[in-house]
Design a protein around this ligand. Structure first.
Ligand code: ADP
Ligand code: MG
Ligand code: ZN
Length: 645
């Protein structure tokens, strides 16, 4: 809690106290004595009442002046000679149906209402008869009203609010009194800042591009002396897990400056204005700590395009407010003070164009999936502190992990080390890495899930079908591993096919080869068991997805070539997947027909191949049933070298 908040709390407490005191003064200062209602009636009968004031809760009044006693008369004549003894009747407790009276009181005014309350219709006449001067007053009862109308509802709202903040904001530093404060964590000199460029591997270009920022943060004078302006905003773009966060930290670590990090989604709160306040706070704090880095992760959560069908209808939107505030802040500060804003996203295409204008995130750095050499470097980084057995070959691991990103590799290395320690080994072996790899790819082995013999047979032939078709189809990726050990949630077995090298392009033939391999499982079941099973659902999903993409994304249709049904300018609602471009139902039907034709052709090709390689197919299935897991050496032994295909 900061000073301001403390101050305001005391302010309210003292205000409260003052009110209490005023109320007390009001009553005691009146120094009237309480009398019973019956006494009031008696005195009235005795003509001893001078005046009354009738209110909702009290009857106030004075008695007729008593005859002044001689010794009370002061010689200086300064004190009035008569005493109008004040008194009051508390009507509360006199009548129990207070609520009812109040209801009625609303309808009636002043005197009438008191009369109703007293249920004494003759009162007014009697007052008149006895010559009492009377008037009515609806007492404001300030204190009571204050509590009922302000303190209670406000207190309730406050509690509700606090509760919601706790729920939504996940607690943390953002207590209810500083909800607008940024949730930024200051990483100054903390261990998170021990990240260096040497920890980031496989993305050399990105590292090179950020070196300049480090230099600027270290000695800004060098650049500003000549009037150069450095970028204020740098956008790191790349798939998840490629090391964007890591790279941003490394920049801060190398430059030795404070690192503020916050996710775009942190700004987007339910409460109007909170996001904008957070942005303001974050930048204020950053300005004071300059030079420093402000890192905004998942910036797409904040800076989604404000136009297009994905934009919310109506225009006014909390996210937009927040985004605007951010643009204002970015424009507002002087580029030479040394605050660099780094953003990260894996979907740059959905970002609002306003964010990418000069003076904002005008520099983009691609942090891409690592290639084979990059993966090797990343393996080296993550095995630095791991004791490796002699047989571990990181080159081989890098080759086997096509398509993996840094986060996956970090995961494999950690898993391997865990497996080795669990087994009590002195060092982590290649086998540990292989197991870890399989675990990351296929999920945890389910040794406990025992298949019955019938299912086991089916899975073995199914996988053998994949493997044989994959092995003998030109253009298919080499088969590396086949397993019939159940894994993860659904997989009963798997055949791992991976390209020898990183592939950036696929020919039509290669796509079809993949599709055939995927259909090989079901084809095998049909041939061997004369009956198909549910085990191929995953394969079919993948195969059909590939063919559909082939036709409608890559324009590889025979009948309607070079047509794309992708429309990137038309993002889905709230940043969903791109919409399909407008097209006629007829074209859609034609593509559907072609899809089914291609699938059946690939399926019959797969079946035909399995018939042709009947012997090898059988041998492979038998080996699988015996060994459960086989790799390239078994495959080559049974199927022959692949290059001979
Ligand atoms: P991103 O922000 O791009 O989603 P992260 O930076 O959060 O990815 O990466 C998560 C983890 O994966 C890192 O902490 C690091 O251990 C590992 N990692 C990712 N990319 C790399 C890389 N290029 N070099 C080394 N480690 C990496
Ligand atoms: Mg990240
Ligand atoms: Zn399958």
């Amino acid at each position: 809690m900061d000073k301001k908040a403390t101050f305001s709390i005391w302010y309210y407490i003292s205000l409260f106290g003052l009110i209490l005191m005023a109320e007390a003064l009001f009553f005691s200062g009146y120094s009237a004595k309480e009398i019973d209602y019956s006494e009031f009636r008696n005195r009235l009968e005795q003509n001893k009442i001078e005046t009354v004031v009738l209110t909702k809760d009290y009857i106030y009044g004075t008695f007729m002046p008593e005859k002044p006693e001689a010794n009370h008369i002061r010689p200086d004549n300064l004190t009035p000679p008569v005493r109008h003894t004040p008194w009051y009747v508390n009507l509360d407790g006199l009548f129990d149906s207070f609520k009812e009276a109040r209801e009625k009181a609303k309808a009636l005014k002043e005197l009438q209402f008191v009369v109703v309350r007293l249920n004494d219709p003759g009162l007014v006449e009697r007052l008149q008869k006895h010559g009492v001067s009377y008037r009515g007053r609806i007492e404001s009862n300030f204190f009571k009203n204050f509590i009922e109308n302000w303190i209670l509802p406000l207190g309730f709202m406050f509690l509700l609010w606090t509760f919601l903040i706790k729920k939504i904001g996940g607690g943390g530093l953002g207590g209810p009194l500083n909800i607008g404060k940024s949730k930024a964590k200051l990483y100054e000199d903390s261990s998170a800042l021990n990240v260096r460029f040497s920890d980031v591997a496989g993305v050399d270009e990105a590292v090179e591009e950020t070196r300049e920022i480090v230099d600027f943060l270290k000695n800004p004078g060098k650049y500003t002396r000549l009037g150069a302006k450095l970028p204020k905003g740098v956008l790191l773009v790349g798939p998840p897990g490629t090391g964007k966060t890591l790279l941003a930290k490394a920049v801060a670590g190398e430059a030795g400056v404070a690192f503020y990090s916050m996710a775009g989604s942190d700004f987007v709160e339910m409460f109007v204005g909170v996001g904008a306040a957070r942005v303001r706070d974050l930048f204020n704090e950053a300005r004071q700590k300059a030079p420093c880095i402000v890192f905004i992760d998942e910036i797409d959560a904040l800076g989604k395009s404000r136009s297009g069908p994905g934009a919310p209808v109506g225009g006014f939107d909390e996210r937009e407010n927040t985004l605007n505030q951010m643009l204002v802040e970015m424009d507002g500060f002087d580029g030479s003070i040394g605050v660099i804003i780094m953003g990260a996203t894996n979907r740059p295409e959905v970002l609002d164009k306003a964010l990418l204008r000069p003076g904002r995130f005008d520099r983009q750095i691609l942090v891409d999936q690592p290639d084979r050499k990059g993966r090797y470097e990343i393996f080296k980084v993550h095995t630095r502190n791991i004791v490796l057995a002699d047989d571990v070959d990181l080159e081989v691991l890098a080759a086997e992990t096509t398509g993996f990103v840094g986060a996956d590799i970090a995961n494999i290395c950690n898993e391997a080390a865990l497996l080795a320690s669990r087994a009590g080994r002195e060092a982590v072996t290649m086998q540990d890495f292989q197991d870890a790899f399989e675990r990351v790819v296929g999920g945890i082995e389910r040794k406990s899930r025992r298949l019955n013999e019938k299912d086991r047979q089916r899975v073995a032939w199914h996988e053998a079908g994949h493997a044989v078709v994959g092995w003998f189809t030109p253009g298919a990726d080499p088969v590396q591993k086949v397993s019939i050990v159940p894994r993860g949630q659904g997989a009963l077995g798997y055949t791992l096919q991976a390209p020898e090298d990183d592939r950036y392009l696929l020919s039509k033939n290669e796509i079809l080869a993949r599709v055939k391999g995927l259909l090989g499982g079901r084809a095998a079941e049909e041939i061997v068991f004369k009956e198909i099973s549910t085990g191929a659902s995953d394969d079919l999903e993948k195969a059909c997805g590939m063919v559909r993409q082939m036709l409608t994304v890559y324009g590889m249709s025979e009948k309607y070539p070079n047509i794309s049904l992708v429309d990137r300018s038309n993002m889905g609602f709230l940043g969903g997947p791109p919409q399909r471009a407008e097209h006629s139902d007829e074209l859609g039907r034609e593509f559907d027909k072609e899809l089914s034709a291609i699938i059946s052709k690939c399926y019959s090709d797969a079946k035909e191949l399995l018939h042709r390689k009947q012997e090898k197919f059988e041998a492979l299935a038998k080996r699988l049933l015996a060994k459960e897991k086989i790799d390239t050496s078994d495959l080559e032994e049974i199927l022959g070298k692949r290059s001979d295909v």
